[in-house]
Design a protein around this ligand. Structure first.
Ligand SMILES: CC(C)(COP(=O)(O)OP(=O)(O)OC[C@H]1O[C@@H](n2cnc3c(N)ncnc32)[C@H](O)[C@@H]1OP(=O)(O)O)[C@@H](O)C(=O)NCCC(=O)NCCS
Length: 183
């Protein structure tokens, strides 16, 4: 039997989405991306990111899910999507053990409640089940996300200067490369 949600807190459920359920939640997933960019996170896009652009990007993700190239997790709170994380499976024949973590996003209204950590731990479980025992990612140097990865035991390999434009277009920022073995 499941424990009732703690008083005053809404229960958070992490689910792996299939392409059908991801399509059903496309607007909420797009909203997460728009919120992250508005909040200044470096997640491939620059501001302003229109909802339809974010939706189009996630539509491409759906296609890759259907092809078995991506795993998408969503965090639900009160039935709404408040977070997501993705695993991009390396296609290379010599890298069947590797996957890249992308678009770890928690809505600003739901941060610092452990949702990002839960998404990442579940992503690791999914990766292991698929035989993807080496995980990699990159993230803006000095970002909130770096605290999360460090907290979860990831190893920072190094920094690439001038890697990506800030979301507000004000200049280039470095990125850090991270990895974790989940064997
Ligand atoms: C990074 C992100 C996913 C973290 O999500 P979250 O749900 O707030 O993270 P959690 O609550 O699970 O944090 C777990 C631990 O990570 C660390 N951490 C997370 N965010 C932090 C912050 N802003 N400052 C300091 N430490 C932080 C802390 O150790 C935290 O544990 P604590 O709250 O007990 O101190 C969220 O800030 C986000 O969506 N950022 C914008 C998008 C982004 O940059 N994504 C990464 C792209 S690679």
């Amino acid at each position: 039997m499941r424990e009732p949600a703690a008083e005053g807190r809404t229960e958070v459920v992490i689910r792996r989405l299939d392409a059908i359920s991801a399509r059903r939640h496309l607007d909420e997933l797009a909203e997460l991306l728009v919120d992250a960019v508005e909040g200044g996170a470096s997640v491939s896009f620059v501001a302003p990111l229109a909802h339809y652009e974010a939706r189009d990007w996630f539509a491409g993700v759906l296609h890759e899910m259907e092809l078995g190239r991506r795993v998408v997790l969503a965090a639900f709170m009160g039935g709404r999507v408040v977070g997501c994380a993705q695993l991009v499976l390396a296609w290379q024949p010599n890298a069947a053990h590797r996957a890249e973590v992308q678009k770890m996003l928690v809505h600003r209204s739901a941060r610092r409640r452990g949702i990002g950590a839960r998404l990442m731990r579940r992503l690791e479980v999914e990766a292991r089940a698929l035989g993807r025992t080496l995980l990699i990612l990159d993230t803006e140097t000095g970002s909130d996300a770096e605290h999360l990865y460090s907290h979860l035991g990831w190893t920072r390999v190094g920094v690439i200067p001038d890697y990506a434009m800030r979301p507000d277009g004000s200049g280039l920022r470095p990125t850090s490369l991270w990895y974790r073995s989940v064997e």
